[in-house]
Structure formats: C-alpha cells, structure tokens
Design a protein. Structure first.
Lengths: 206, 206
C-alpha cells in the first residue's frame, strides 16, 4: 500500500518520534504538535509532518496530535505493538550490560536467551539468564522462531555467527561488533559502534 | 575551503570507510578500490567515489586507492590523527562496559576519567580508573581541556549532566541515555539507543 516505498531514513526517524511521545506521555501530556516534537528532537516541524504524512493522517489542522493515538499508530507501523523475542550472542562486558538492560521490554523487545561459545561461561547466570552454548544457536532460534538478534561477539567471529543467525531464521541483527557483516537481502542489519559516532563528531570540533 | 558544506550524512560515512580500510590493512592489503570497499560496506562504489571526491583526489583512475594513504587522509579529515581525551559519566553496567572497552585507543580516543554521583561508587576502581565525584566534573573538564564526553547516566539526569559538560567546554557528546538532550549550536551530539535501531528493523520484518 505504498509504505514499501518509504525511504529508510524516514523509517529511521519514527522510533525517535515514538520515544519522544512516550516521554511526553510519562510527563502527563495528552496533546502535542509537530513544533513541540521538533523542538525536543532538533528536527524541523515540516520534516516531522512530512514524515508522518507518508503513513496516514494522524492529526487535525490546528488541534495537534493526540499523543496516545499517535503512539499507538507508530507502534503499529514499527510493529512494536507486539513484543519481539531477542537472542543475544556474546556475553563479554558489553553483552552483560545489554542482557541486564531494563529498557527493552516496554519498547517492544524481550531478551529470551543469551549465548556464548566459551566453555567457562556456558551455564553461568547473568541476571535471569543462564548462558547457553552457542553451538545450540540454530536449533534454538528455529525452535523458538526468534527473528531478532543482538551480536556482541569479537570481530573475528562476527561473520560466522551472523551466518548461523541467518540459518536459524533471524531477520534483524543489531551488530555491536565493530565490523561490517554480510547478510542476504531480506535480512536487516543495524550497527552500534561508538567510535563511528565519536569520529563523526570530531570532524566538527575546531 | 568548501568542506564546511559537506552534508553530515557524507561525514557520517567516512568513519565507516576508515574502519573498513583499517581492516583491509590488518589483512595485509595495500591497494583497494571503491568497488571492493562498497562490497564490504553494502554501499555503492559510485557513492563512495562521490563522497571521497568532496575532500580531494585520493586515487588514480584505474589503479585504485593506496590503503595507507587513504587511511591517513581520512584520519586527518576526521581529526583522529590525534588522540582525543574522553570523559565518561555514569558507571552503571553500560558505563562499566564502555570504560573497559579496548577499541577506542587505536581509533583516536582515550578515556581519561570516569564519573558517578553515587557516593557508594565514588573512589572505586573500574579497570585502570578510579571513579571520580561528578561534582568535580566542570572543574576537571576545564582543567584538562577535555572536549569529548560519553554520557551513560539515567534519563532523568541526562540534561543536567549535559549542561555541566557544556559548561566545562565539551564540544562532542555521545549520549547512551535513551532520551534527547539539548545543547548549544556549536556542540555536537550523537545518540546510541539500541531500541531505536531494533525498531527501525522490525518495520521491515514481514
């Protein structure tokens, strides 16, 4: 219905809008405007109206947006009106922090299993999880129909683990390893590498 | 010299190119091409050539790029041919992982001090660092001329700590708190919020 043609950069801004709306809701607000959202996010109100208009009519001229309604619509569009089961692979310092992060659940994601290939770690507890043997990954992913994974393994293992995630049916991978991974066309990848962000900023520091 | 007009989205790809070049160098390669870089990164070779052309002539038609030379040039452009001192504020699970992350140093950044406002944490050791009192932040930043900071504090404290970072002279903030922060025009902010990335992907999962 046309949404397949929405540029990815627009899709990428919807989670920002959703996060700002959730914060407004937590502050007890019920109505907002593209101006107010824009000021919070440092994005122009025209851009916000244009982005949202790609998905439908969410507000009336002059009365602004109902925060509750727009939140529901954005959750539906981003498919986080459901909770996605997530596998986490790699339980070093970072993987441990991710496993313990409380901010996933109310935003559509639930870590359900964590994996490592280090025999000294397998079986240990991290928060509510017992670290599972990465050798069981493909079988588990298929059995539990897990479609989302977070990858916090060393660079040298990133591609081989990725291949097993894909084999297990994963369709979305958040890669914390500071490298690029190859996936089939229908699998999405996003990267988190703090140094990329830092270098993007130092360019501007005089 | 014209570079001030380079779109930020282009600047944002340079660290990706630099990372891929460093990996090629580590593999013992000396020459690459926009085609090869593009395949590694999932970016078209035309895009890569166009991006690089905004900053100068880095390769000769038909002979490709010298990896060593292009690496040096990108480091210079991104100003990571020097090492930036970085302050880390907030030593929870994530802050701890960031403090222990070994991947900053050879890419232009060095954590030099970590801060928390929890009296039970101040003075404790994390890796080579002793956690300092966040009350000393502005004074330390100014005294050590620190221009880069990473923020791993709870959402409720993010803006007040940001204000102190700015007061202390910080020009680039990497924000791990899942919220938007306001800064003066000359200060850059980048965000790391894994949920934003996950939501951007689930949009596409059928």
């Amino acid at each position: 219905m046309g949404t397949s043609a929405v540029p990815d950069i627009v899709v990428g801004r919807l989670p920002l809008y959703l996060r700002a709306l959730s914060q407004m809701e937590a502050e007890g607000k019920e109505i907002t405007s593209s101006q107010e959202l824009g000021e919070r996010l440092g994005i122009s109100s025209a851009q916000i109206r244009k982005d949202l208009s790609q998905f439908g009519e969410f507000g009336k001229q002059g009365t602004g947006y109902s925060i509750g309604y727009l939140t529901e619509q954005l959750k539906r569009i981003l498919k986080v009106n459901q909770t996605w089961d997530v596998a986490l692979i790699g339980v070093g310092d970072l993987g441990r922090a991710v496993a313990n992060y409380a901010g996933f659940l109310d935003r559509g994601f639930r870590v359900v299993a964590i994996y490592d290939n280090d025999p000294r770690k397998i079986g240990l507890k991290v928060g509510p999880f017992q670290i599972r043997d990465a050798a069981k990954l493909v079988q588990d992913l298929r059995g539990q129909r897990i479609q989302v994974a977070m990858l916090a393994v060393p660079v040298a293992e990133a591609q081989s683990v990725t291949d097993r995630l894909v084999e297990g049916g994963v369709r979305a991978i958040l890669c914390y390893a500071p490298t690029s991974i190859s996936v089939p066309r229908l699998v999405r990848v996003q990267y988190i590498d703090p140094v990329l962000h830092l270098q993007r900023m130092t360019y501007y520091v005089p």
